[in-house]
Design a protein around this ligand. Structure first.
Ligand SMILES: Cc1cc2nc3c(=O)[nH]c(=O)nc-3n(C[C@H](O)[C@H](O)[C@H](O)COP(=O)(O)OP(=O)(O)OC[C@H]3O[C@@H](n4cnc5c(N)ncnc54)[C@H](O)[C@@H]3O)c2cc1C
Ligand code: FES
Length: 382
């Protein structure tokens, strides 16, 4: 990808060396960052910043922000996410977004944000984040990426805003491996709601190897449980067979709302157990344990020991907050690890994997963990 930088620029490497040297003298690397930021906020080498340089309305409820990144921002692999920190009323809220590079604008990336009902950050981004604003940005991360050796055929399945990592992959394949056969199945409520709809249609006309299948359906986009939306088109076997006859042998990526991902997971489980399906969820999984259970939680922190009850259908973070505690957290999506504690007694469920976790010393992320018994935890981040 032409805009991605393959190595860290020499001035950034030199600045990091100076920061390490200062560290040995007892001067915080952040002090150097703050000094650099005084000249230009994007010269930071530790707490990275990006500037909003353009806003593009994609649909009535989705906006693309073009962000200018600083020299220390690392190369991006298509499909990865970045965590963006947006300050609202003095508090920095961090959320993950799946960016794409802009071939004609080195040093810039684009994120597309879909407004969520009652969503704090997505609403703020839509309504109140003007061009010129600075946002915190972290290094790209995530495993929802194309393999280094690009396959001959790729199947992308997207629902709603789940198109964003797929679009990054699609652009990469078009630019660097245009011989790859790509099928894109894209569920949106209607053509008006289809993010990048015109761009995708244009790309499909130009690129013969792209088989683009737009599907108008609320069932895979509006949080409706499969089968509940009468007449709605959902991901099923006939649809997959028609769109991509070779799907069982094709490397597949699926990103979208839970019903779409559940449908894909079930199809691969029953029809292609040896196939390759990569999944990426945008929302933290919900706890589905017993709402009437009351598990006693003891949380030891540096300053105090907090005690609260957790129902089986709540994450430990929500249970603590419901009890009135202020608990250190960042993304609330299981990706930043700020809420990580060490389990010292009891059993919990990791909602991101569905696994039971028990035994002393296991790290648990409170935002994606629910209690299965009385538990004790040591906070790791204060
Ligand atoms: C790896 C990763 C990549 C992501 N990439 C993108 C992206 O490219 N574009 C994008 O728009 N979003 C993306 N997201 C989602 C994004 O991080 C935020 O969760 C989203 O913007 C909502 O944040 P909020 O503060 O507005 O909502 P919150 O205030 O955190 O939540 C408000 C309510 O909305 C619900 N909600 C939150 N997010 C969703 C959702 N995606 N679908 C349905 N209900 C939801 C919550 O359950 C809650 O009830 C990504 C998430 C992850 C984990
Ligand atoms: S708040 Fe980010 S992992 Fe829990």
């Amino acid at each position: 990808m032409s805009a991605a930088r393959s190595s860290i620029p020499a001035p950034v490497v030199a600045t990091r060396r100076v920061a390490r040297w200062l560290d040995t003298l007892g001067v915080s690397p952040m002090a150097l960052d703050d000094t650099l930021a005084w000249f230009n906020p994007m010269w930071r080498v530790h707490q990275l910043q990006a500037r909003v340089v353009r806003r593009v309305a994609e649909t009535p409820s989705a906006v693309t922000l073009v962000l200018q990144t600083g020299p220390a921002f690392p190369a991006l692999r298509p499909g990865q996410f970045v965590v963006i920190g947006v300050t609202i009323d003095g508090v920095c809220h961090r959320r993950a977004y799946s960016p794409r590079t802009l071939p004609d604008e080195p040093g810039h990336i684009a994120i597309t944000v879909q407004r969520q009902p009652d969503g704090l950050v997505s609403t703020y981004v839509q309504d109140s984040l003007p061009v010129g604003s600075m946002v915190a940005i972290e290094a790209p991360s995530g495993e929802f990426v194309l393999p280094a050796a690009l396959p001959a055929e790729v199947l992308l399945i997207a629902g709603g805003s789940g198109i964003t990592p797929c679009m990054a992959m699609l652009q990469h394949l078009h630019a660097h491996a245009a011989h790859t056969r790509v099928t894109l199945l894209y569920f949106a409520r209607s053509p008006v709601d289809r993010i990048f709809g015109q761009e995708l249609a244009r790309l499909a006309r130009q690129w013969r190897q792209l088989h683009y299948v737009p599907v108008d359906s609320v069932a895979n986009t509006a949080g409706v449980q499969l089968g509940q939306a009468s007449g709605a088109r959902t991901l099923d076997l006939p649809m997959l067979d028609a769109a991509c006859p070779n799907w069982r042998q094709t490397v597949a990526y699926c990103c979208g709302p839970a019903p779409l991902m559940d449908a894909a997971r079930a199809l691969w489980h029953t029809e292609a157990p040896h196939g390759t399906l990569h999944l990426e969820a945008f929302t933290a999984p919900r706890a589905s344990g017993d709402p009437d259970a009351r598990h006693a939680v003891t949380l030891r922190r540096s300053g105090d020991t907090a005690r609260f009850d957790a129902a089986g259908n709540m994450t430990l973070l929500v249970a603590g907050e419901t009890a009135g505690l202020s608990i250190k957290h960042g993304c609330r999506q299981g990706i930043c690890h700020e809420c990580t504690c060490r389990l010292t007694r009891g059993t919990v469920q990791d909602l991101s994997t569905g696994q039971r976790v028990e035994g002393e010393g296991q790290p648990v992320r409170l935002c994606v963990t629910s209690a299965m018994s009385d538990i004790e935890l040591d906070a790791l981040n204060g």
